[in-house]
Ligand binder design. Structure first.
Ligand code: SF4
Length: 428
């Protein structure tokens, strides 16, 4: 069952009398269990929708529309399917206590994998789910493989009941489903021969595996389950050697790199990141694969068009991981704009010093970095630190923080987005 959250004004749905709170029971005699059923089964132009109004009245809508005109409803958010694993490296197990509740939800949901690119292990899919994936052609899926070796995967996911992932992938691939895969690598568990076996098995799946990412385990000071070792510089370098050997083969035989080390892996190994061509369509950029290269591209592509803001003093807050990479980008922005940029790297106070990603900085970090800085004309902070409601992970509300800081503060993805905008009408 799904329920209507919003009805657009002037839409078909409003015209026929649907209201927020209406439950949709069937469409063309097929039961609607979730948003996927609705999305796929309501695609026809002729629909018979059985629904129940918030007052309990059952009603049948007969709808005829032209060329897929939108019905004009949005649904309440789906109930997320929870994860049945207990990985030692799970980032959610490494969250400090006291954060908002939804941050602790361990989702493992193939539906969200298809709809939003969330990674899922497929360890909780049942036969009926496989049938739906195939019927609705839910492709590509984002799959946390970690290891194709079944025994190793049971250990990694800390779950003796996980199904054989390579069997699942083969079956789905035979039905035309494609995948973006990731392996989170724990030293001693799924590096070395296990990683080699995983890459080999995924390679054998041919076109079905669109990309494979190798990501180092990330642990915080609160990762209480983790008994393994941290990823060292030499291990990161060893992983990259393996990744690049496979990527070389993929370029020769398939014309694209196919397997990618995450940006963090290159930073840990102290190696230069690959150029933009390496990443093709940046298929796993949300997974930290090529995001630094993409940032460099956006700065290079946009800085020449920026307006002059000579002598403006701009503070740039970032995480420790980016501190070494930023100076060339900021130097380029200085040439284009005439502004002076001051890099302000900040240690993460919530997760501890092992978490160096800019996007995981919290409101308290930003406040510590910027309060008292009356010498700055403006400050840029990583936009990824905020959710859709403009709230940091530690529940600090951006607008409230901005009001108490001594300079205008702008969330920014790539500097160019803010420096090019009208909002920067700050007197120099
Ligand atoms: S699969 Fe592992 S890492 Fe992912 S949510 Fe479940 S326990 Fe956490």
């Amino acid at each position: 069952m799904v329920r209507v959250a919003r009805v657009e004004q002037g839409s078909i749905a409003e015209e026929i009398g649907m209201t927020p709170g209406t439950e949709i029971i069937t469409v063309n005699d097929r039961t609607i269990k979730d948003f996927l059923d609705w999305e796929f089964l309501s695609a026809d132009d002729e629909l018979v929708v059985e629904a129940r109004h918030p007052d309990g009245e059952q009603i049948i809508y007969e709808i005829e529309r032209v060329d897929g005109e939108p019905l004009g409803i949005s649904l309440e958010p789906p109930t997320v399917r929870r994860c049945a694993n207990r990985c030692e490296f799970c980032f959610i197990e490494g969250l400090p206590k006291g954060l908002r509740r939804n941050l602790y939800v361990r989702d493992d949901d193939y539906r969200l994998s298809f709809a939003y690119g969330n990674f899922a292990t497929l360890s909780n899919v049942k036969e009926r789910d496989i049938a739906r994936i195939l019927e609705y052609r839910l492709s590509p899926l984002y799959v946390s493989v970690h290891a194709t070796n079944w025994a190793a995967r049971k250990v990694l996911l800390n779950n003796p009941r996980v199904p054989d992932i390579i069997g699942q992938l083969r079956r789905l691939a035979a039905g035309g489903i494609q995948f973006h895969c990731q392996m989170v690598v724990v030293p001693g568990l799924n590096d070395g021969v296990i990683l080699e076996e995983s890459l080999s098995d995924l390679w054998e799946l041919g076109d079905a595996v669109l990309s494979a990412a190798v990501v180092p385990v990330g642990i915080t000071q609160f990762s209480h389950l983790y008994t393994g070792e941290a990823m060292s510089r030499s291990r990161a370098a060893e992983l990259l050697t393996r990744v690049e050997r496979w990527a070389g083969r993929a370029r020769r035989e398939r014309g694209q790199a196919w397997v990618f080390g995450s940006d963090e892996l290159y930073l840990l190994a102290g190696q230069e990141l690959p150029p933009a061509e390496h990443y093709g369509e940046f298929a796993q950029i949300e997974n930290g694969i090529g995001s630094i290269t993409s940032l460099r591209m956006r700065v290079a592509g946009g800085s020449d068009e920026l307006p002059r803001i000579d002598n403006l003093c701009v503070g740039v807050v970032t995480g420790m991981a980016m501190a070494e990479l930023m100076p060339p980008l900021l130097a380029r922005l200085t040439v284009s704009t005439g502004a002076r940029f001051e890099l302000i790297p900040v240690v993460n106070s919530l997760f501890g010093p092992t978490i160096t990603t800019a996007g995981l900085l919290v409101g308290a970090d930003i406040e510590r970095a910027l309060s008292g800085r009356t010498d700055l004309d403006i400050a840029l902070i990583p936009a990824e630190t905020l959710n859709d409601d403009r709230v940091f992970l530690d529940d600090v509300v951006f607008d409230e923080l901005r009001d108490i800081l001594p300079m205008p503060v702008f969330p920014s993805y790539d500097f160019v987005d803010v420096l090019a905008s009208e909002q920067l009408a700050v007197p120099a």
